[in-house]
Design a protein around this ligand. Structure first.
Ligand SMILES: C[S@@+](CC[C@H](N)C(=O)[O-])C[C@H]1O[C@@H](n2cnc3c(N)ncnc32)[C@H](O)[C@@H]1O
Length: 238
């Protein structure tokens, strides 16, 4: 195991200055495999917050529906989706280096080509790198719930965030969130219902069934072991 803050690891999470963050960057302990993955595969999969606007056609060498996921954690469910839907291109954004290492390691070994990754604050990436009306699907699965009321302001789902996401979706595009925390599900529903350019696929005020394209995630399984429920929310951009 290595401490990635020890100085001999040149890959850093990218973000801009802001007063409230939706995450804490933990001094990441990485396995040797995760660490080596950066040397082996970051060149193939990594994108930089400071690399300017993403041009999907140039990045992927083709024109295909584009899916963006924020906070993929250890990345197994995102990798499964990229493998299951080779006709689409996937962008993952995560601040946690061990998760990024694990994802690019497994993607590289599996020869996955329709995936790229930012190791950065997703809100900064959305603002600086993702053009308007670029995305066919947006995914946010089990975002940090910030249980305590005094921390609710750190929840990533806020009206301004939803407006930002909506602006990045094509008309007809899909917005998909899931959480295992009922109070956060209610908050998501309230914020999403208030956005006039989104239409709830399950009908106003309703949660959706988990769609077949979303595998169970690591965090979801952890919640299930603790007896949590799961709430999926699916909206169409209008
Ligand atoms: C509770 S975990 C869930 C991970 C995964 N989606 C799952 O279901 O297993 C939430 C993840 O979101 C990431 N995250 C939180 N805020 C973020 C941000 N602004 N940009 C990128 N990643 C973020 C955290 O680092 C964490 O890995």
């Amino acid at each position: 195991m290595h401490d990635e803050s020890a100085g001999d690891f040149p890959y850093r999470t990218e973000y801009k200055k802001k007063s409230i963050r939706s995450y804490v960057i933990r001094a990441g302990r990485m396995t040797e495999g995760q660490r080596r993955a950066f040397d082996n595969y970051w060149g193939q999969y990594g994108l930089s917050l400071f690399g300017g606007q993403l041009d999907p056609r140039e990045t992927f060498g083709r024109e295909a529906p584009l899916v963006l996921e924020i906070g993929f954690g250890m990345g197994d469910s995102l990798l499964a989706m990229a493998a299951a839907e080779p006709d689409k291109d996937f962008i993952g954004i995560e601040v946690h280096p061990p998760g990024v290492g694990r994802l690019i390691n497994n993607a590289g070994k599996a020869g996955i080509e329709n995936l790229r990754v930012y190791m950065a604050d997703a809100v900064d990436v959305l603002n600086d790198c993702i053009g308007d009306a670029l995305l066919d699907r947006f995914q946010l699965y089990f975002p940090d719930p910030w249980h305590k009321k005094k921390h609710h302001k750190r929840r990533i789902v806020q009206p301004e965030f939803v407006r930002l996401i909506r602006s990045k979706l094509k008309a007809g595009g899909l917005l998909h969130m899931a959480t295992d925390w009922e109070n956060y599900a209610e908050h998501m529903l309230e914020v999403l219902e208030a956005e006039p350019q989104l239409e709830n696929i399950a009908g106003s005020g309703n949660y959706s069934e988990r769609p077949a394209f979303r595998p169970e995630t690591k965090f979801e399984r952890r919640g299930q072991r603790l007896g949590h429920g799961v709430w999926d929310l699916l909206y169409k951009a209008i």
